[in-house]
Design a protein around this ligand. Sequence first.
Ligand SMILES: Nc1ncnc2c1ncn2[C@@H]1O[C@H](COP(=O)(O)OP(=O)(O)OP(=O)(O)O)[C@@H](O)[C@H]1O
Ligand SMILES: CC(C)(CO)[C@@H](O)C(=O)NCCC(=O)O
Ligand SMILES: [K+]
Length: 261
Amino acid sequence: MFLSIDVGNSNMVFGFYDPEQDRWTHQLRLPTRGDMVLTWLEKNIRLYMLENDLKASQVKAVGISCVVPVITKPLIKFVEAFFDKPVHLVHVKSQSQIRVNTKNPTEIGTDLLANAEAAFQIYQGPCIIVDFGTALTFSVINKKGELLGVNIVPGLETAIKSLFMHTAKLPEVKLELPSSAIGKDTVHAIQAGILYGFAGLVRGMLSSIRAEIPLEFKVIATGGLSAILTQLKEEFDVIDKELTLNGIKLIAEKNFKNNKA
Ligand SMILES: Nc1ncnc2c1ncn2[C@@H]1O[C@H](COP(=O)(O)OP(=O)(O)OP(=O)(O)O)[C@@H](O)[C@H]1O
Ligand SMILES: CC(C)(CO)[C@@H](O)C(=O)NCCC(=O)O
Ligand SMILES: [K+]
């Protein structure tokens, strides 16, 4: 099995890939905490693996993307000790098919690098990746595999939390699509504002990108909330919730192979 670990700002996902079944058979999702205690992490992983009949020895290699710097080092140390297998941390200098063509390539999030690698290898050709996580990001890749740039917007949950935190009277609402765009009570008003508003934002961003670069882009959506904006179905060629896990795996495997040779 291959283990991809995707540490985002809200959640970390441990994805177990079984090459025989050619799929991610298990995914453990844990909250990301800057003050994470390693015994807590170990307890959760042990319990999950026990419940799912997974053995540490089945994991043959590990790839990690982490966009929360305080977690990176302790996580690698833990993973090396726990699995005792090769570990690759995705970074901008990892060998990959993607070339980052931005002003400061080192500042790019490794989750976006992983997304780009998977999208370019799996779906091929120029693409725009829309990732609905803590941040809503758009990554633009041309037909040569150059990552031309990124847009970053607050994600849907982040926007909802921000309204709740910065107002006296607005409640924290569930992310549910109301039947009409004009809100008839406060909860409806926020849900309509966020869900209809973000649908418009995504359409607008895609059209601005296409206006600047008129390529035949495939649009690939990922992230847990990619399916919630059902109005956007026509905008997306593919919804691939495992894009980041796949990209981490592709990059890690390429780097293991080339380092052995
Ligand atoms: N397997 C899942 N089970 C339950 N909820 C999920 C699952 N996948 C996604 N979600 C929901 O979708 C949201 C977005 O998930 P995603 O992993 O894309 O980003 P995130 O974890 O919120 O952000 P980040 O990756 O920046 O930490 C989650 O907060 C959760 O509400
Ligand atoms: C944009 C996020 C937060 C998305 O997870 C992450 O990729 C990140 O922290 N990136 C650093 C900035 C950049 O990607 O340009
Ligand atoms: K993510």
